[in-house]
Design a protein around this ligand. Structure first.
Ligand code: ADP
Ligand code: MG
Length: 599
């Protein structure tokens, strides 16, 4: 293979590339000023008819690097073909759609060209119709392309150009065999281009097997994280990662966050734990259906959630401006994925923060990242409980300020003002005491301040030991009984109920045996009860309406169970995002609704 990695950078313009006029016109319309380095170097080769391997990081304009020369050739040729001239393979539905869209925008003034995306997870009808109508360019995911080949609905016999886009990702996602099949069923006489961020051995093999004397073009300089991203790491033993994460979330000045983990299962696990601790988090991974993934990203963009827990694959190319922090909850195994991950923050020229959680054993991975990026990652210390508490106090105060600001001349506030005034007059009590009592009510049994003793010191192996000398697990000590779940009920000490009252009512109303009722924890304003996971609808209804101590139970699954009632009680009864202040008004009102004083 011819390599072209050290050509001098010349000032190439789109005009000097000799693209067909309608294409140049489209680029003017789009406002592209000059070709990116990968475009400047691959477009001439592709126009010449050479096979090309283009290596450049995400976001360097690889799509136009192949789309422009292909469209330019199609614009010059006359178009009366019934079967596709161009096939582009892309790893995922969203990338296929993006590429198809890009083709459409560059082909704005080439009316003879039609573009058809084909991907899994959508119905065949429109795709079949599009193929029958004679799409010029098909952009598809490997699996769906094979389906169409097998059905005979996709005819590659007339193919002139084949592009493998994001080839490394395609292989990482397990499409190697499919790609082989597609490449070997395409005609020999065609031009092939392969674009990729990295060049693993499997791609070298494909290149050797299917490309014809290709020229390899590599654009360097993108293997470095952008300068506007502050990189830090926090050394923490595995079982303490979650604790470290929540302390970071509480003390860092964050907006949107992506937390990267290694596996799909881990996205679910971490999300569940963060939600249980009161954070607005959601998971995306290759397992999640595409439409839901898109919705989740939209939720992050719109601020309906703050934390996206993702795998590399799911977050590929993700571009959300409000991401202030990337947390590498699991350290990535290679530098390019580190660079890609942290590149999800610092978008649109903003300042970004990247924090890496690293266990002592993973230090060598950090070293190799630092070496490859030629940048050092700054060490940071675990935020102390004092810092966490200071943040919580500040957020609590901020919440008051915001609530007052938002309801200043609003009736809602004055209703309560009157109520409090009357109360003070009647009870001869200081306003500050009333306010303190109200604050306690709002907290609903969750202490504002964390009271857990600070993490015990590291032992030699870098693991922390608990007071009993054993290694602590990240799970709360008191596990719920197998097949049981923790439910929340609206009665607590204030209703003068004891476990006996609750057990009796539940057993009778839901027709449960007493042995099926597990631990009961009574808190000031509510209680938690372990009951069988599978309660019938009828039982659930009965338990919502059952009355104990003069109050309806309003039973529901307790989402916050692990935090509040593990004996660790890290946050001394949990963390409420309402305490974070800022943009938290919605949740503030939700938290208020949850207090059981209203009834
Ligand atoms: P890659 O495939 O390398 O990750 P894309 O092809 O998706 O990158 O391009 C990234 C973004 O840059 C797209 O929004 C694209 O429209 C834009 N872009 C590409 N080439 C240029 C250019 N020459 N000038 C300005 N913007 C460009
Ligand atoms: Mg791309």
């Amino acid at each position: 293979m011819t390599e072209q990695s050290s050509l001098p950078e010349t000032e190439t313009t789109f005009a000097s590339l000799n693209l067909a006029d309608p294409i140049t016109k489209a680029l003017e319309g789009l406002g592209y000023e000059k070709p990116s380095p990968i475009q400047a170097r691959t477009i001439p080769l592709l126009l010449e008819g050479r096979d090309v391997v283009g290596l450049a990081q995400t976001g360097t304009g690889k799509t136009a690097a192949f789309a422009l020369p292909v469209l330019s050739n199609l614009a010059d040729a006359n178009q009366n073909h019934k079967s596709p001239q161009v096939l582009v393979l892309a790893p995922t539905r969203e990338l296929a759609l993006q590429v198809a869209e890009a083709f459409n925008s560059y082909a704005e003034h080439v009316p003879s060209v039609s573009v058809l995306p084909v991907y899994g997870g959508s119905s065949y009808g429109p795709q079949l119709a599009g193929l029958r109508r004679g799409a010029t360019i098909v952009v598809g995911t490997p699996g769906r392309v094979i389906d169409h080949l097998e059905r005979g609905s996709l005819d590659l016999s007339d193919l002139k150009y084949l592009v493998l886009d994001e080839a490394d990702e395609m292989l990482r996602m397990g499409f190697a065999e499919d790609v082989d099949r597609i490449l070997s069923s395409a005609p020999k006489e065609k031009q092939t281009a392969l674009f990729s961020a990295t060049m693993p051995r499997a791609i070298q093999r494909i290149t050797g097997d299917y490309l014809n004397d290709p020229v390899q073009v590599q654009v360097e300089g993108q293997s470095k994280p952008a300068q506007n991203i502050r990189q830090r790491y926090l050394q923490v033993a595995q079982p303490w990662k979650l604790e470290a994460m929540t302390r970071l979330l509480e003390t860092e000045d964050t907006d949107g966050i992506i937390a990267f983990v290694r596996t799909r299962n881990m996205t679910e696990e971490l999300t569940t734990k963060l939600v249980a601790r009161g954070f607005a988090a959601a998971a995306i991974s290759g397992d999640i259906p595409q439409n839901i993934r898109e919705k989740t990203v939209e939720d992050l963009r719109a601020g309906r959630i703050d934390i996206l827990v993702a795998t590399d694959v799911a977050a590929r190319g993700l571009d959300v401006e409000r991401i202030s922090h990337v947390v590498n909850y699991d350290i990535p195994h290679d530098t390019s994925s580190y660079v890609h991950r942290i590149g999800r923050t610092g978008r649109a020229g903003r300042q970004g923060d990247a924090i890496l959680l690293m266990t002592p054993r993973e230090r060598y991975l950090l070293r190799s990242i630092e070496k490859a990026t030629k940048q050092s990652v700054e060490e940071m210390q675990l935020p102390s409980l004092d810092e966490v508490n200071a943040s919580r106090r500040a957020a609590f105060a901020e919440n008051i300020t915001q609530t007052i600001a938002a309801h200043d001349d609003n009736e809602e506030l004055s209703t309560y003002r009157d109520l409090v005034t009357d109360y003070i007059a009647e009870h001869d009590i200081a306003a500050v005491d009333v306010a303190a009592a109200l604050a306690l009510m709002v907290q609903d049994g969750r202490p504002l301040e964390a009271s857990e003793p600070d993490l015990p010191p590291m032992n030699q192996r870098g693991q922390r030991k608990d007071q009993h000398g054993g290694e602590r697990s990240s799970r709360p000590k008191r596990a719920t009984k197998e097949g049981h779940a923790t439910y929340w009920v609206a009665v607590g000490h204030k209703d003068r109920v004891g476990p006996g009252n609750i057990v009796g009512a539940i057993a009778n109303e839901a027709n449960l045996d007493i042995s099926e009722i597990g631990e009961i924890t009574i808190r000031p304003t509510f209680s938690l009860v372990e009951l069988p996971e599978q309660l019938s609808h009828k039982q659930q209804e009965a338990l919502k309406n059952a009355v104990v101590g003069g109050r309806k139970l309003n039973l529901r699954l307790d989402k916050g169970a692990p935090k509040s009632f593990g004996s660790r009680g890290t946050h001394g009864g949990g963390y409420d995002p309402a305490q974070r202040g800022q943009k938290k008004k919605q949740r503030w009102s939700k938290a208020k609704k949850r207090t059981s004083y209203e009834g």
